[in-house]
Design a protein around this ligand. Structure first.
Ligand SMILES: [Zn+2]
Length: 96
């Protein structure tokens, strides 16, 4: 069985930083545990979460701001508006 590639992006769910994030082993379900050195927060990375390339995210965020409906987003990108909303909430911003 091919092992899924681990999610490269470690991001603190509390402060949203991607720097100063360290791996601190795995829990029983093989989920990568991380630690934010900045705010001392432990969190896990869900390997089931599908990561989209930055390019796709940017497009989706732009589309989101253009006011496309959830259904429209689904049709264009194959994921929901809520998904995009989460990225925005987590600090993704549209490129200029
Ligand atoms: Zn943090």
């Amino acid at each position: 069985m091919k092992k899924a590639k681990e999610v490269a992006e470690r991001k603190c769910p509390k402060c949203g930083k991607t720097e100063n994030q360290v791996n601190v082993g795995k829990n029983r379900s093989e989920t990568q545990r991380c630690f934010c050195k900045d705010c001392k927060k432990y969190y896990t990375i869900n390997p089931k979460t599908r990561e989209y390339p930055e390019e796709v995210r940017q497009q989706a965020i732009k589309t989101y701001y253009a006011g496309v409906s959830g259904r429209g987003m689904g049709k264009i990108f194959g994921f929901s508006r809520a998904n995009v909303y989460n990225w925005i909430k987590n600090g993704s911003k549209p490129a200029k």
